[in-house]
Design a protein around this ligand. Structure first.
Ligand code: SAM
Length: 257
C-alpha cells in the first residue's frame, strides 16, 4: 500500500489491511523490528540533503537563536546530518528539538545522547503539544524552523483531530467542520514558531498543501492556516532500479505569517 492509497483510504475511513501510519504503536513496532542496531536508520523519501541545505541557508541568513524543531524524525539519518552541521558551525546543539509520538524513536534518540533534545508528543493533540513543547518555547523562545520529512504525509492519513488550539479558526470550530489533520498540525506548529519562521516539508505528494477550502465542494485551494507556501521544488527520488522511470518527491518551503 502506498502513501497515497493510505491517505485516500483514510478519507473513506479505514481501508481493510491499510497500515496504521497515524498510530504510534505502528511506528513503535516498525522501529523495534527494523534496524535494531543502535545506529541503523529507517529512512523515508531519501536523505533530506536538499532540505538540510535550505534549512541552514535560512538559519544562517536570518536567525539569531537558530532553534529547530524536527517533527517525526523517527530513526532518520537526517538527525545526525543536522547535528553534524550544528557541530561544524559551533552552534549549540541543544537548540535542536526532535519530537515524535513513537516512544521507541524517542528512547533511541535519547540513548544516543548526542546533545539534541528528544521529546515525545502527539502533534495532532493540543494538550500534548502544550505539555511537552510549549515549556521549551517559553525557555528558548519560538522556533526559527521546522523540519518535516514525510511526517505531514503520515499525519494526513489521520481521521479528524479536534483541537482547542487558540490559532484554529473560530469559524471552523463553530461550523463544526472536520478539520483537515494537516491544517490542525499547521496551527499547532504556528503556536510554536515566530513570524518569518520556515517549515520545510519533504513529501511524496505534489498536492500536499492544495487542500480543499472551507466550504465543502467549493473546489478552491488554500495554504494551511498561518503559513504561506513560498516554494515547491521537485526532488528526484532514489532510483528503484535500472530502467525505472524517474519519480519525484516535493520539497515545500512555507513561511509563518
Ligand atoms: C514517514 S515517518 C518519517 C520518519 C523520518 N522523518 C524519515 O524521514 O525517515 C513519520 C514519522 O512521524 C512520526 N509521527 C507520525 N504521526 C505523528 C504525530 N501525530 N505526532 C508525532 N509524530 C508523529 C512517526 O512516529 C514517524 O517517526
Amino acid at each position: 500500500m502506498t502513501w497515497k492509497e493510505a491517505e485516500e483510504g483514510q478519507r473513506r475511513r479505514r481501508t481493510k489491511g491499510a497500515p496504521d501510519y497515524d498510530r504510534a504503536e505502528y511506528w513503535d513496532a516498525k522501529y523495534a523490528n527494523e534496524g535494531t542496531a543502535a545506529h541503523a536508520h529507517v529512512e523515508w523519501l531519501g536523505s533530506g540533503a536538499v532540505m538540510a541545505a535550505k534549512l541552514f541557508a535560512h538559519l544562517h541568513a536570518c536567525c539569531s537563536q537558530r532553534t529547530v524543531l524536527h517533527i517525526g524524525p523517527g530513526t532518520s539519518g537526517l538527525v545526525e546530518r543536522i547535528e553534524g552541521e550544528y557541530g561544524r558551525r559551533a552552534w549549540p546543539i541543544d537548540c535542536i528539538v526532535n519530537v515524535d509520538f513513537s516512544i521507541e524513536a524517542v528512547c533511541r534518540g535519547q540513548v544516543q545522547n548526542t546533545g539534541s533534545q528528544w521529546v515525545q508528543a502527539d502533534l495532532r493533540d493540543w494538550t500534548s503539544v502544550q505539555t511537552s513543547l510549549l515549556p521549551l518555547v517559553e525557555r528558548h523562545g519560538p522556533f526559527d524552523a521546522i523540519v518535516d520529512k514525510s511526517t505531514s504525509d503520515s499525519i494526513s492519513t489521520s481521521g479528524p483531530c479536534p483541537s482547542s488550539c487558540h490559532l484554529i479558526d473560530e469559524l471552523e470550530q463553530q461550523q463544526g467542520r472536520e478539520m483537515d489533520p494537516v491544517d490542525v498540525l499547521a496551527c499547532h506548529l504556528a503556536a510554536l514558531t515566530r513570524p518569518g519562521a520556515r517549515w520545510f516539508v519533504q513529501s511524496y505528494s505534489s498536492t500536499r498543501f492544495d487542500q480543499e477550502g472551507g466550504k465543502a465542494g467549493s473546489g478552491t485551494t488554500r495554504p494551511p492556516p498561518h503559513w504561506t507556501v513560498l516554494e515547491r521544488q521537485p526532488i528526484e527520488a532514489p532510483h528503484e532500479g535500472p530502467g525505472a522511470p524517474p519519480v519525484y518527491h516535493w520539497l515545500y518551503t512555507l513561511e509563518r505569517c
